[in-house]
Design a protein around this ligand. Sequence first.
Ligand SMILES: NC(=O)c1ccc[n+]([C@@H]2O[C@H](COP(=O)([O-])OP(=O)(O)OC[C@H]3O[C@@H](n4cnc5c(N)ncnc54)[C@H](O)[C@@H]3O)[C@@H](O)[C@H]2O)c1
Length: 247
Amino acid sequence: MTASFEGQRALVTGAGHGIGRGIAREFARLGATVLGVDVNAAGLEETAAGQDGLATATLDVTDAVAVQAVVADFGAADILVHSAGGVCGQAGKPAETVTLPEWQAILAVNLTGAFLMAQAVIPAMKAARYGRIVNISSGAGIGVSLTGIQAYAAAKAGEIGLTRQLAHELGQFGITVNSVAPGFVRSNPTTERQWEAYGAEGQRRLVEGIATRRLGTVADIVNAVLFFASDRSGWISGQTLSVDGGK
Ligand SMILES: NC(=O)c1ccc[n+]([C@@H]2O[C@H](COP(=O)([O-])OP(=O)(O)OC[C@H]3O[C@@H](n4cnc5c(N)ncnc54)[C@H](O)[C@@H]3O)[C@@H](O)[C@H]2O)c1
């Protein structure tokens, strides 16, 4: 997609690596003024390297006070993309062995982070009577998670519910809220470990279970985000788009 985001201001969480990095760089390449935030300062440096229009700030999206401060510093945003998330280094295990901190950590970054970031950008979007909020959820929030992690499936389903509810509340102010649900993308250490663990036969089965017979790329996810963030999706809100190559 070749939309221009000239003159627009975009805030991207999880911009220090993977999908969030791809989103932040593409918005900047297409003319937006971008702030990428992440807990990973070194990752943010790599994201910003050689890309005009892309500033970064370290931010833990689960810290409500810090979120308000960073967003106030940036000023009014036209676009928010919440890509920070994932499984916090955890692996699937039986529900009865999951500790409360493990459960809470995943809920905090994926779901609470989405809520806190939206809360922080909404007042200026309402004042401008324009806004685009895009949450990166997951196929894990729609069906069963390949990770086997209960909190991840629950948090991603929660992100989809939050998307629907905020869309209902904010549409009257010219703000759309949508979600992109990626399938398997080898974009982070967890998916790399998962991919290796499948072995050749498991990898072949995974790819054969995808209608288009290939894994997704960061660019595949970025393209869907650009659509939801653009003027071309002005009458679409509350939706979750599976970007997974088809079943
Ligand atoms: N890669 C996949 O296969 C896949 C599939 C479905 C959904 N997703 C979702 O897409 C999003 C991006 O995934 P990715 O593959 O780019 O992962 P990634 O690990 O490469 O990127 C996630 C980023 O979020 C940051 N982050 C984690 N906790 C944070 C916090 N509290 N505050 C701020 N930043 C924080 C990390 O430092 C990291 O840079 C995640 O929400 C993930 O759940 C990924």
